[in-house]
Design a protein around this ligand. Structure first.
Ligand SMILES: C[S@@+](CC[C@H](N)C(=O)[O-])C[C@H]1O[C@@H](n2cnc3c(N)ncnc32)[C@H](O)[C@@H]1O
Length: 255
């Protein structure tokens, strides 16, 4: 796989945020969409290389609490799912609609089916972007999806990176549906953790082939400049092993 654009480049971030110009400040029920400037915490995906000042970042609040924001970290973590999306795509949830908008623009994507738990998030998206012939919005709990066929599924319904819940969801959703390729938010970090724990050989070949090129770009970016590389070392791998979750999640055939 060739990586033609650097997902950690400032120009990439600017281009991606510019592509979401339709996100303008508005209030809708318990939701508030704003554009904010300043120094953001957790600025990069998988590491911290400082606290750059950012301008006009789209931020979605629910009842005053940040629900989703389009920081470099979110854009960088969206790079692989956008890249992998093809054919019939399923995703959970909708958030600011960044992944959905980017996936819809790909000619190789035939359809995007979105499951979103919160009706007001769906309504805000519909008011902002309007309908699209390739898009199906469902007000539904993604964890209950059964009997569907997707070429690619992206699970982004988590408040925290690297939660074992994501791995359990992967095992459940891949068991109950026919899914060619499954990606959950922060899966790259799991691959990094497993490799760093010396267990890289336990990962299936497709997983190494899919994510190691991205992790090489990450290493190039973080290099000696990283103040901190996020992770929990072997502890998470132990936890996953204890519950048999890693084995269940990785047992499915390559997509
Ligand atoms: C971080 S946002 C998704 C961001 C999105 N990928 C984007 O690019 O803008 C997480 C979303 O998942 C939704 N969500 C949480 N749990 C869910 C579930 N079980 N089923 C469907 N949606 C869920 C939340 O309401 C929220 O809108």
């Amino acid at each position: 796989m060739t990586m033609d654009v650097h997902p950690y480049a400032a120009a990439y971030y600017r281009r991606e945020v510019a592509s979401m110009a339709a996100l303008r400040p508005t209030a809708f029920g318990s939701l508030a969409l704003s554009r904010e400037s300043g120094a953001f915490a957790l600025a990069d995906y998988l590491c911290r290389v400082g606290r750059p000042r950012l301008r006009a970042v789209p931020v979605l609040r629910l009842g005053g609490q940040v629900w989703m924001s389009l920081t470099p970290m979110e854009v960088q973590s969206g790079y692989m799912p956008i890249r992998l999306a093809r054919g019939r795509v399923g995703t959970a949830g909708l958030g600011l609609g960044y992944f959905v908008q980017r996936a819809l623009r790909k000619p190789s994507v035939e359809q995007v089916v979105v499951c979103e738990l919160r009706r007001e998030v769906l309504e805000l998206y519909a008011r902002t972007f309007g309908p699209h012939p390739k898009l199906e919005l469902r007000h539904a709990n993604a964890r209950l999806l059964r009997g569907e066929r997707f070429d690619f599924f992206y699970a982004d319904m988590y408040r925290q990176l690297l939660t074992p819940q994501a791995i359990d969801d992967m095992a459940t959703l891949c068991g109950a549906n026919r899914i060619g390729r499954y990606h959950w938010w922060s899966i790259e970090q799991m691959v990094l953790e497993v490799v760093c724990a010396g267990l890289g050989q336990r990962l299936p070949a497709w997983m190494r082939a899919t994510y190691l090129p991205f992790l090489r770009l990450f290493a190039e970016h973080a290099g000696a400049r990283a103040v901190e590389v996020y992770g929990c070392g072997a502890a998470l791998v132990d936890e996953l092993d204890q519950h048999g979750l890693l084995d269940r999640a990785l047992a499915r055939p390559p997509g």
